[in-house]
Design a protein around this ligand. Structure first.
Ligand code: 6PG
Length: 477
């Protein structure tokens, strides 16, 4: 019982996480269902630090210092449940089981409740940054009890990414809060990736630029407000040449985007909570559209390709417009994502510091970006900000982008190019700030066919019109 912490699941993420702990001076117990993987980690990376490999789960647990901390890094769903059950059998009151995979927060809540009954702490923790992040410093979003964080926090903070000396890890909130926040992180990741791709698409199709030239533009953008990991890797990817054909790499990739589910979870949850995350939803549906092969084939056959690029008088101006539209659409996506976190916190009783979420996303994770500081500052100015977009920085920034954003969406619509995230975020922006919405008519229609009632602008109470009789208005109790 010497190890500070244990990791079970020695696929790339698990072994990289274990190596990260070891490199930071922790004694790390490691385990994998098939021993070969554990042996491989020791053979290849044993020099990273002090590892305590175990062949059985019982030995793994026995090698941990009390209160024990065991991190599970296996596939979400059934495999995770199986490992939790196995660990729970072997652990004792006060021990901590951490699920560091991408679990659905509702599963985490269920598991946490079940393990709490046994006196165990269950921590669902978001870990972002992919393989590289797990090894060199991820962004970590642990949920669970405060007590568990007292034990885990110092270790997690040490191995996390740091920005300006501040760790990209904090206690998010109770039970499933960590996985909830990681889920929304991934939803935002989808929106970011899609809107970047829409900008790429317009440069490619409307301006006829080749991939490396577009890569240069993203490289430039990465020096300004848009500076972020995703813009940086986009530039890199666009400059990459396919080894087989010598063509730009992006041009030989099949245009069907896959998804493992976290974006869809974000949207499903948002629907349940009644939060409009239109940027994330459109990004997720854009992946589905791309993957709808039979529909795309049929549509291509019968619906004429009518894209007709409107004339672009000034190419530099167009690229400048795209940059501004991208920034504005991004701000809206983040604002919507933070709304979802706030709504989740309210629904599930989590005390989530929204500014701190932006802070721990500044480094290590996939959506790491310069502008996340601005979000932290906004919540520092006003912790109960009803809408991120209402913060003075964001109102000013969006105001600067609006004409460009509208020009891009109008151009794309008139020319026949799909821009689901550019346009849905703009529609949301226009809706949310509208004096009056057509929802009034929807309410009237609902009352007409279903007696669903409505409220009036000029009187308190709930009303209904006797539509099929004399159209008298009655006040409901
Ligand atoms: C991260 C990533 C990571 C993973 C995504 C990919 O934060 O490190 O989000 O969790 O790469 O789940 O998701 P898709 O396969 O659905 O694109």
């Amino acid at each position: 019982d010497v190890a500070d912490i244990g990791v079970t699941g020695m696929a790339v993420m698990g072994s990289n996480l274990a190596r990260n702990f070891a490199r930071n001076g922790f004694k790390v117990a490691i385990h994998n269902r098939s021993v070969a993987k554990t042996e491989k980690v020791i053979a290849e990376h044993g020099g990273d630090g002090e590892f305590y490999p175990s062949e059985s789960m019982a030995d793994f647990v026995a090698s941990l210092q009390k209160p024990r901390v065991a991190i599970i890094m296996v596939k979400a769903g059934k495999p995770t449940d199986a490992v939790i059950d196995e660990l729970a059998e072997l652990m004792e009151e006060g021990d901590i089981i951490v699920d560091a995979g991408n679990a659905l927060f509702a599963d985490t809540r269920r598991r946490e409740a079940a393990l709490r009954e046994k006196g165990l702490h269950f921590v669902g923790s978001g870990v972002s940054g992919g393989e590289e992040g797990a090894l060199n410093g991820p962004s970590i979003m642990p949920g669970g009890t405060k007590e568990s964080y007292d034990r885990l926090g110092p270790m997690f903070e040490k191995i996390s990414a740091h920005v300006d000396g501040v760790p990209c890890c904090t206690h998010v909130g109770a039970d499933g809060a960590g996985h909830f926040v990681k889920m929304v992180h991934n939803g935002i990741e989808y929106a970011d990736m899609q809107v970047i791709s829409e900008a790429y698409d317009l440069m490619s199709k409307a301006l006829g630029m080749d991939a490396p030239a577009i890569g240069d533009v993203f490289g430039e953008w990465n020096k300004g407000d848009l500076e972020s990991f995703l813009i940086e890797i986009t530039a890199e990817v666009l400059h990459h040449t396919d080894v087989t054909t010598g063509k730009p790499f992006v041009d030989v990739i099949l245009d069907r985007a896959a998804q493992k589910g976290t974006g869809a979870w974000t949207v499903q949850t948002a629907l349940d909570l009644g939060v409009p995350v239109t940027g994330i939803a459109e990004a997720t549906f854009a992946r589905s559209t791309s993957g709808s092969t039979p529909q795309r084939e049929a549509a291509r056959e019968v619906l004429p390709a009518e894209a007709q690029t409107l004339e672009i008088a000034d190419k530099d101006q167009f690229i400048d417009d795209l940059q501004k539209a991208l920034y504005a659409a991004k701000l809206v996506s983040y604002s919507q994502g933070f709304d979802e976190i706030a709504a989740g916190a309210k629904e599930y009783g989590w005390d989530i510091d929204l500014g701190a979420m932006a802070r721990i996303w500044r480094g290590g994770c996939i959506i790491r970006a310069r502008f996340l500081n601005r979000i932290t500052e906004a919540y520092e100015r006003n912790a109960s900000l009803p809408l991120l977009l209402a913060d003075e920085y964001f109102t000013t920034e969006i105001a600067k982008c609006i004409p460009a954003w509208r020009r891009i969406v109008a151009f794309a619509a008139a020319s026949g190019y799909p821009v689901p995230v550019f346009s849905s975020t703009l529609s949301y922006y226009d809706a949310v700030r509208s004096e009056r919405l057509p929802a009034a008519l929807v309410q009237a229609q609902r009352d007409y066919f279903g007696a669903h009632t409505y409220q009036r602008v000029d009187a308190e109470g709930t009303f209904h019109v006797e539509w099929s009789e004399d159209r008298r208005e009655t006040k409901q109790d």
